[in-house]
Design a protein around this ligand. Sequence first.
Ligand code: NAP
Ligand code: MG
Length: 491
Amino acid sequence: MATPENKLAFDGGWAYDPAPESTDHISLKKRYGLFIGGEFVAPENSRYFDTINPANEQKLARVAEASEADVDRAVKAARAAYSGVWSRMPAKERGKYIYRIARIMQERAREFAAIESLDGGKPIRESRDIDVPLAAAHFFYYAGWADKLDYAFPGQRAKPLGVAGQIIPWNFPLLMAAWKIAPALATGNTVVLKPAETTPLTALKLAEVIADAGLPPGVVNIVTGAGKTGAAIVNHPGVDKIAFTGSTNVGRIIQRALAGTRKKYTLELGGKAANVVFADAAIDQAVEGIVNGIFFNQGHVCCAGSRLLVQESVADEVVAKLKERMETLIVGDPLDKNTDIGAINSSMQLEKIQSYLKIGKEEGGEMHQSACRLPKKGYWCRPTIFTGVAQSNRVVQEEIFGPVLAIQTFRSFDEALAKANNTPYGLSGGVWTDKGAKIFKMTQGLRAGVVWANTFNKFDPTSPFGGYKESGVGREGGLHGLDAYVKLGAR
Ligand code: NAP
Ligand code: MG
């Protein structure tokens, strides 16, 4: 707890000198075309849109808007590369190209990290230490599988599906591109990928890396645009598989569009995870985990711990410590290495979060925000918690996708489990306790794809990821991630 002396430090905020990451080493073009058939080409209707830096609302570049005709060009390029080169290439050779992508990405890691923070608003510490290294790790991991598919699927023969259409969101732009592209290539498929409208730049940089790695033209195609471009990929008859990560609403639209077609699909959708803290947990450690679970990446995390269930006997202590910790979080310039919470990704997302803050208060919740100052320009949200909320409240049930935590209490194990599972989602969960038996019981009872014990938001390419219920269909990552890109037959 804060003593009177260090309380002063909290009230005044932590005084750190600015430590901005340099942007001298990055190169951005003024305008980006579509990456089709191994080169950047103009969109057929010559339409471009701006991508901005959400921390200062300044334009970073203009980006092509792909029409249906452009998507068709990309799918044809992917098909030609699939039939002509990629599916026939010895698997060992395919693996070499994927390794090469991973290595070039590592060499250019600082550039990728800075661009990810500029375009999306996430703190440089995260893009530098999490997004970019994990993206490279995914390419390394799946490069290793390329010539070992016989061991991944013993006794069976794994054949590629063909052309994979891949659509990704704005919260982990480069990492989601890596999650999608790496297993598709390792299994012999070719790709048409669409990044989100607000964060296209690292995918376009990845296109440069792919060209530098010498991948045969058309193996990976990157088409930028908004929802309509995504829909054109989903509905294109030449696509054999759809891999989508995004909201449950768009996931439903896609599932309806694919019903009755021969296309295989995986959907990674929303979440409303509970962090369950028992009285016997290491409380300080749990508070750090709660903070990491919901304030990491501004809460723009599908598997964010956006609900806290805390055992009644320690609830006051946990909430007091959490409030104290929240005061020390630095909200501001994403490029500053001291920043804990960066910019909200877009004005639309900020409006959505603010509407939930209003709803939470109207529903009778008690809202508490840290007292930090916010920059004048850009999109910002203070770390926020709601106490006194009921299970039926919208801030408890619905995905907010911002730094907003709904806190409830429980008395018994069964009550905690029932409350944690009382959600349409089932992507992730967390359990904090000193007792291994409670961890096992909770992880077996929680209907969630990933459950972290005494930690939160940890990722690894070897570990499968995906949801129960309305959080999705299928798994990405690990061996399971290969399965989504192959058809299995007899040897
Ligand atoms: P979104 O609105 O569903 O968009 C996701 C992607 O789909 C974007 O590229 C989007 O394009 C595109 N899109 C929009 N409408 C489409 C349509 N009718 N057909 C095809 N594509 C379409 O989601 P978001 O707001 O970007 O991302 C946040 C959501 O993603 C959250 O719900 C979060 O939980 C989820 N998410 C899930 C995971 C997971 O692994 N389960 C991981 C990360 C995020 P534009 O953005 O360009 O319009
Ligand atoms: Mg942007």
